[in-house]
Design a protein around this ligand. Structure first.
Ligand code: GLU
Length: 437
């Protein structure tokens, strides 16, 4: 065994990269990077019926999107390959034969089965869950190789973790019950046992197993909902771990500097979308305006708002108007739709709330506003205040209709700032459309 920390993420390519898998991968990655060790990606594809190359690709891409790079794996190679279990059948047979030869396993037809010895206490000290032990009497004999020649999970995982020189097995707590069987196999093969650290379950808000009810479950759904990978990374890191102080917002590098498996809690973590949104918002705030605009592009495009007609600077400034509002890129696109297209305003507002008396007052005010010498928010506000005093109106009597006309919303950034951003001509056209100029 080497002294260097070696951890692995071992997904079965039978579905997308889900929250639980991403969380496990992330904690392994943090531990590897924290210790200057290696992060190994191993594909557990012995379920021939359910495993596909497409799922494998989806999982790899999901990890890349989250910023979890690996040092060894099916695509990058490494000194401990191959990294797909389906390509390691010879290795599994070789060690199964050793167990046959030593009389610890027997054949049953084509299958090879490990004979569980009686009277043994199988104990380990889990980094997170503490001391766990089990009497060997409670275990049935363990199938190593099935009659189709493929290994079972509990056998292959031992062969792989040993031959890949894994020092820490970090995985979901649903595998705690498998660990005693695996320990028995390590001992039968004469191998040292790695350190085990099981990670707490992630539950939905109803404290039940996470499911579709809780919203997105695959990493790609989060991307498509407009989360920043840094925000999702940060939030996942907080599920079952914290830096030990009040810090909740951190970068990958900061997390690497602070991470410790010993601080992982065994209490199930509850997936809280509000908290995720809060963390994501903080990461959106950290990036540069131009980067923010770049990452909002897909969502403007999806809404048919034609961002390609605008310059990068224009788009960045449009987002600056929000002054931090919006928790996802999707919301940023939504909250700025009226800046990119008047159609979105027309779809929301038809001015049917304005009677003739209102319209008369508004026409006189907007005529004065559109004539203002310098098209500047402070000047507009000063003009509006004076004009309202002189005409016995309240500021909101003119500001609200202007807001509706320019944005089609009850809530928006400072409406004179919106008018400045849109420009005198566009403001006039929108007012004209509603018969107010
Ligand atoms: N392929 C197993 C799973 O996805 C890996 C479990 C382990 O890490 O040992 O659950």
């Amino acid at each position: 065994m080497t002294d260097k920390t070696r951890v692995r993420f071992a997904p079965s390519p039978t579905g997308a990269l889900h929250i639980g898998g991403a969380h496990t991968a992330l904690f392994n990655w943090l531990w590897a990077r924290r210790n200057g060790g290696s992060f190994v990606l191993r594909i557990e594809d012995t379920d021939l019926v359910r495993s596909t190359g497409e799922y494998e690709q989806t999982i790899l891409q999901g990890m890349r999107w989250l910023g979890l790079d690996w040092d060894e794996g099916p695509d990058v190679g490494g000194g401990h390959g191959p990294y797909r279990q389906s390509e390691r059948i010879g290795i599994y047979l070789e060690h199964a034969n050793r167990l046959l030869d030593s009389g610890q396993a027997y054949r049953e037809g084509e299958a090879i089965i490990f004979q569980v010895p009686p009277g043994r206490t199988l104990a380990f000290d889990d980094v997170v869950y503490g001391h766990i032990e089990m009497a060997s009497e409670t275990l049935k004999n363990i199938v190593l190789i099935k009659s189709d020649g493929f290994p079972t999970y509990n056998y292959a995982v031992v062969i792989d973790d040993h031959t890949m020189e894994i020092t820490h097995v970090v995985r979901g707590e649903d595998h705690i019950s498998n660990t005693p069987k695996q320990i028995l196999l390590y001992e039968a093969l004469g191998w040292d046992v790695p350190v085990f650290a099981h990670l707490p379950m992630i539950l939905g808000k109803d404290k039940k197993k996470l499911s579709k009810r809780d919203g997105a479950t695959s990493v790609y759904e989060f991307r498509d909902m407009g989360y920043h990978p840094d925000g999702l990374f940060n939030y996942f890191a907080l599920l079952g771990w914290n830096p030990g102080d009040d810090r909740e917002i951190f970068t990958r590098e900061e997390a690497v500097g602070m991470f410790d498996l010993a601080r992982v809690t065994k209490k199930a973590a509850v997936f809280d979308t509000d908290k995720l949104n809060f963390v994501n918002q903080a990461h959106i705030a950290r990036i540069s305006p131009v980067e923010r605009a770049k990452l909002t592009l897909p969502f403007w495009n999806e809404a048919g708002l034609k961002p390609c007609d605008r310059s990068d600077e224009w788009l960045a400034q449009a987002l600056e108007l929000l002054e931090g509002r919006g928790q996802t890129f999707r919301e940023l696109a939504e909250y700025t739709d009226y800046l990119l297209s008047f159609d979105s305003v027309k779809a929301r507002y038809d001015a049917s709330d304005l009677d003739e008396a209102n319209r008369g007052l508004l026409r006189r005010f907007f005529a004065a506003l559109l004539e203002i010498p310098s098209w500047d928010a402070d000047a507009m506000e000063a003009l509006a205040k004076t004009w309202c005093e002189d005409n016995g109106a309240k500021l909101k009597d003119v500001a609200m209709p202007l807001r509706w006309t320019l944005t089609g919303r009850k809530v928006s950034p400072g409406i004179f700032h919106v008018a400045v951003f849109l420009g005198r001509e566009e403001t006039k056209q929108r007012l004209c459309h509603y018969g107010l100029a």
